[in-house]
Design a protein around this ligand. Structure first.
Ligand SMILES: C[S@@+](CC[C@H](N)C(=O)[O-])C[C@H]1O[C@@H](n2cnc3c(N)ncnc32)[C@H](O)[C@@H]1O
Length: 252
């Protein structure tokens, strides 16, 4: 599988398919600019949501509903991973109430430090989880090498647009390998309606069409088990989709 993927990752072949908007030559600039953007963003829930802090409750509610429908057994709620975790908004509000340990991976140092406090302290009616915070990996997803066979659930939200196509596919493969048997991978991302990849130079990200995520997940050895659009977000935003996948039988 891995060998095929490496073979498929020829820059030219991706370009031919019209998938590739960031050439390998501008790869490092793409990552550096995203780092700079996030470094000047406040380490708050509002900052994580691009100034739309008021959608936090709706977002968590939609995710909770989606997760519940995945019917993860209590015995399989040992360990989860939150990718592109920021200050731990998703960890604290969605994953920690359900999973005994939650690891976070986040490239911004200030956010990763903030997460240590945000996830463990109560804030108003929202409880903190001092015993549930696992490892915090302060590294970009493009370089992150998770342990094999560790997680029951990997959640990745509003971060995949910061990866190039090549890095996204390789990241998906590593995540597949990090799942315990029966484990699931959920992505929650903005998608375009134009069927094209749309680039945002301000935060150095891309927004992809839904189909592209489906294709990459399949190429990485996943089978999609559930897909739902987030409801009731304000008008004018990109549609947001949650996609749950499991490793294909012969890959685990
Ligand atoms: C829109 S925020 C979302 C944070 C969190 N997932 C949430 O929903 O609250 C995007 C996050 O992705 C992080 N990020 C950006 N590029 C990244 C990369 N290459 N690897 C890991 N994290 C990255 C940013 O630092 C920021 O914390």
């Amino acid at each position: 599988m891995e060998n095929n993927i490496e073979g498929n990752l020829e820059e030219k072949s991706l370009e031919k398919e019209g998938k590739y908007v960031i050439s390998e030559s501008s790869r490092s600039e793409f990552y550096v600019n995203a780092k700079k953007y996030w470094a000047k963003t406040p380490a708050t829930v509002n900052g994580m949501l691009g100034g739309l802090g008021y959608i936090n409750a709706l977002d968590i509610q939609g995710s909770n509903y989606f997760l519940r429908e995945l019917k993860i057994k209590d015995a399989s709620k040992t360990c989860a991973l939150d990718c592109g975790a920021g200050i731990g908004r998703v960890s604290k509000n969605l994953l920690m109430p359900l999973f005994a340990k939650v690891d976070l991976v986040e490239q911004d140092y200030a956010f990763a430090e903030k997460a240590k406090e945000y996830c463990v302290k109560d804030s108003g009616a929202v409880l903190g989880y001092p015993n549930r915070l696992g490892e915090i990996y302060n590294i970009g997803l493009q370089d992150f090498q998770p342990y094999v066979n560790k997680y029951n659930l990997v959640w990745s939200q509003w971060v995949l647009g910061h990866l190039t196509d090549v890095d996204l596919l390789l990241f998906f493969v590593r995540i597949r390998q990090s799942l315990i048997s029966g484990g699931q991978f959920v992505i929650k991302e903005n998608v375009t309606t134009s069927r094209q990849v749309e680039k945002d130079d301000e935060d150095s990200s891309v927004t992809r069409p839904l189909k592209m995520y489906e294709t990459f997940l399949k190429q990485a050895g996943f089978r999609i088990v559930k897909m739902t659009q987030q409801k009731n977000f304000p008008k004018g935003l990109y549609p947001v989709y949650m996609i749950a996948s499991r490793p294909l039988q012969n890959n685990k």
